[in-house]
Design a binder for this molecule. Structure first.
Ligand code: KG4
Ligand code: ZN
Length: 336
């Protein structure tokens, strides 16, 4: 079969990203312009600023992605873009750019789901990985356990009842004074902390054995902080970070192991920004080994938002002949 090169664009939140992906499996380039330094000043992502920064960065990022892949627009077979879920103003920058390029070049356009992109990041470094498998998606906006039955075909087994895992990391980081972005800062602090120092509940959900609840863990941390303030006790930031992180890891391991047992899948792929967390990767690898299942994870750079994962997801839609037209729009609440 002839080689297919996809130019993928991602601008759903606070990274402006472009990549060229070969046959859905190899990132020929992966350029990411992060806005973290800007949003850190405000303690979180400011949507209007994100959109403006995407507009400023997107042309340079696309040119850099083509150059790094040693390609010109002529070498590209299709243009792919994240069209949801995400921040509407941020998504629109990528969608408008992709439509303009596709129209100007007369090449196919494909709108891609960001969450499917996160899962597909695993195809970039695991050439033999093929559905069916289980996927644990842990990002800033989503926490889902899914059966991936075929390329682009998801059956959601569990979702979060309240906060997403990454959102809980970010809120707890803010509460204990670590700031934005919360996940990496909690992970770093937790390395020097005692995970048994503070009692953080494991967030049981009664009517669906698989669903997640993370806001209870966040509230437990807030209560411990309030109590310490009232009684004049000091709180060890590292211990609190470690105790919270251990609770999140425990719950995710529990669900993963139960799903492996129930559905008989032997592979579980981890996806989304929280997949970069070393404690979660280690915890899951150990837990899955006990039930003779394999954990598959992307390198950290492919866990957090990037465009190579969008290019990987696109390939299988492209070969099936799926195309978007120029009415493609941003859909902030796009479902899997
Ligand atoms: O997937 P992602 O980059 O964006 C969304 O699609 O939401 O995920 C971002 C989330 C943030 O909440 C961030 O705190 C979390 O992923 N995150 C981490 C780590 N790196 C990023 N959480 C825990 N440990 C990390 N090392
Ligand atoms: Zn994401």
């Amino acid at each position: 079969m002839e080689d297919i090169r996809i130019l993928a664009i991602e601008s759903s939140c606070d990274e402006t990203a472009a990549a060229v992906v070969l046959n859905g499996r190899k990132a020929l380039s992966n350029v990411i312009s992060s806005q973290i330094a800007l949003h850190t000043q405000y303690g979180g992502v400011v949507p209007e600023l994100a959109s403006r920064m995407h507009i400023e960065a997107i042309d340079h990022v696309i040119r850099a992605a083509l150059a790094e892949a040693d390609c010109t627009f002529d070498d590209i077979d299709a243009i792919a873009v994240t069209n949801g879920p995400g921040l509407v103003g941020a998504l629109l920058v990528g969608v408008a750019e992709a439509k303009a390029i596709a129209f100007a070049l007369g090449k196919p356009l494909l709108g891609i789901n960001h969450i499917e992109g996160h899962v597909s990041a695993n195809f970039l470094e695991h050439p033999d990985l093929e559905p069916p498998f289980l996927a644990l998606i842990v990002s800033g906006g989503h926490t889902n356990l899914a059966r991936v039955k075929d390329y682009g075909e998801f059956e959601i087994i569990a979702r979060t009842r309240d906060d997403a895992a990454g959102e809980a990391f970010d809120k707890v980081a803010r509460a204990i004074g670590l700031g934005y972005p919360g996940g990496p800062k909690i992970e770093k602090a937790a390395r020097c902390g005692d995970p048994t120092a503070y009692p953080v509940p494991r967030g049981k959900v009664d009517d669906n054995a698989y669903d997640f609840s993370f806001s209870g863990m966040k509230s437990a941390v807030l209560n411990l902080l309030n109590h310490a303030e009232m009684t004049g006790e000091s709180v060890r930031q590292e211990d609190m970070a470690a105790s919270f992180q251990a609770a999140v890891v425990d719950v995710l391991c529990d669900r993963a192991v139960r799903a492996v047992k129930e559905f008989g899948e032997k592979k579980l792929v981890l996806a989304g920004g929280v997949a970069a967390n070393g404690a979660l990767r280690d915890g899951l690898a150990k837990a899955l080994k006990k039930v003779r299942a394999e954990l598959i994870v992307p390198s950290p750079v492919f866990c957090t938002d990037n465009a190579a994962m969008i290019g990987a997801a696109t390939y299988y839609h492209y070969v099936k002949g799926e195309r978007s037209d120029l009415s493609l729009n941003a859909v902030p609440g796009l479902e899997l």
